[in-house]
Design a protein around this ligand. Sequence first.
Ligand code: F2R
Ligand code: MG
Ligand code: MG
Ligand code: MG
Length: 313
Amino acid sequence: PSANTTAQARGTLLGAALGDALGARFEGEDVVGGPSLVAHDRAAEPLRYTDDTAQTIVLARHLVQRRDRAPVDEDALATDLARAWQAEPWRGYGAGSRQVLELVAAGVPWPEATRACFGGHGSYGNGAAMRVAALALIATSLTHAAQLADRTAKVTHAHQHGREGAELQACAVFLALHSDPVRPLDRDHYLDELSRALPSTSWHGRIDQIRAMPPTASPSYAASLLGNDATAIRSVPMALHSFLRYPDHPAEAIRYAIRAGGDTDTIASMAGALAGARTGIHGLPVTWLERLENADRIRALADRLAPRIPRTR
Ligand code: F2R
Ligand code: MG
Ligand code: MG
Ligand code: MG
């Protein structure tokens, strides 16, 4: 791998982990004031990650372990996720994911377990979207990124919106990864590509709202339009917007996402993956990386996936 692909793979996974770990403290708060974020940002204590990163690691490790075979094996992934949950149930998993993984751990096949969720509708939570970053590293095209995302999403999220949220985030990371870091990111082109990648109309309205957002929109104003909760449709767009505000500055994208309140760990994690994919690890603050739990393990996984980033430029 070139130094650049290694830096970008690290930026992707560590950006996701940092957003999660920094945002975790504020998850569920309506408004996150600047001062409390600044204090947390500058503190010395370790940055502990949550279910978002725990599942991102599972997915990255799954891709590493499968090497030359088909990258995703749904049955094995469901088992891997269930084992990770059993090992660390205190990471703060969503209620739906917890229910599915408990059933899978008890031997129920995932197609049945996922349908048991939310009165048979399946989950439209953002849990499948928040864990997809590693897929973008091995995807060979936008279509491929979406396909892989759907295959990994459905093992916990049966609802169409839960699955499409994962597709959108995987495609968004793929585009960020393959954007030219020397040129300013072309926002309109980026959003056009995403619209094309997602055939379903429920997401097009969201993408149009991001496009129409005033350049100076505050985090809370953006959240009032795009949402900031634990559902995919009301969190992936906010993460995308946070990234597009600061495409070359992961720390600012993460801070902006956290200041929007709500599902802060998850929205900041998705924004961090996007910005980190574009800038590479050099865009991430060293002071944050030094505080991050298991940063070495996450970096090692990125290094195993880096050679699989296809050359597109
Ligand atoms: N679980 C949390 N945060 C809660 C507090 C955690 C606390 N800090 C702690 O330490 O315990 N965060 C994590 O969950 C989100 C990802 O959720 P996931 O994995 O998608 O789970 P779930 O439960 O399936 O979906 C999330 C919520 O969305 C609503 N929802 C989903 N589908 C629904 C449906 N068909 N009908 C009605 N509501 C539906 C529910 O409110 C779900 O609970 C991330 O934030 C992650 O950080
Ligand atoms: Mg979490
Ligand atoms: Mg689809
Ligand atoms: Mg969350």
